[in-house]
Design a protein around this ligand. Structure first.
Ligand code: FE2
Ligand code: FE2
Length: 202
């Protein structure tokens, strides 16, 4: 009985992800500074400031939170975790991911990216791609939040339905993971060389 709806969910998950996640890497001319400032040399560079390390640390936290949410949903569906614990963790970690990512994007769009553009406008096309990634991420976060809130409410009202709709939460958390994988690596590869080259944020 459950094979048909689950199968449909799987197909629509794959389609949603393909449409949402940018497939192309940043254009090659956006990577010219990366050749002079390769990733493996960043930590030892004299201009690699604490603020840059903290910003990359936030990215790591986003990745970990998204992974935790996906694993939690899988464990709940595999009956390795009870419904109340799942709802409590979904509320705590889901709320943390959504609010911290919204704050992070807002700061990058309104403060950080304009500062980079003022320092070196050659990379504006790359910045614009990162801004569109934020829009795709925000739309996915909205869908995730709506699906997660339904599951949290249903946990006390109708647990079978909560379990059913956890597939929607998982679809969105997996899309968030895929979006973050693409976006954060490209963002760091574009931004950190600009910061080091122009000695910014030190
Ligand atoms: Fe970021
Ligand atoms: Fe970003």
């Amino acid at each position: 009985m459950r094979l048909i709806p689950d199968g449909r969910a799987l197909i629509s998950a794959a389609m949603t992800q393909t449409h949402t996640v940018r497939q192309a890497a940043l254009p090659e001319d956006m990577r010219i500074l990366l050749r002079d400032y390769p990733r493996e040399a960043w930590p030892d560079h004299p201009d690699f400031a604490t603020s840059i390390a903290n910003w990359m640390g936030a990215h790591l936290m986003f990745r970990q939170l998204a992974r935790t949410l996906t694993r939690d949903g899988e464990r709940y569906l595999d009956r390795e975790r009870d419904a109340d614990t799942h709802a409590e963790r979904l509320s705590r970690f889901g709320g943390a991911l959504v609010s911290s990512l919204h704050g992070h994007h807002h700061w990058e769009d309104t403060r950080f990216f304009p500062e980079l553009s003022a320092a070196d406008s050659r990379f504006d096309p790359g910045i614009e791609i990162l801004e569109s990634d934020h829009e795709a991420l925000d739309a996915t976060l909205h869908r995730f939040e709506r699906a997660a809130n339904r599951v949290i409410r249903l946990t006390t009202l109708d647990e079978a339905q909560a379990r059913e709709e956890t597939a929607d939460v998982l679809r969105e958390s997996r899309t968030i993971e895929a979006l973050l994988t693409r976006h954060l690596a490209d963002e760091e590869d574009l931004v950190v060389p600009i910061l080091l080259h122009h000695k910014l944020r030190g």
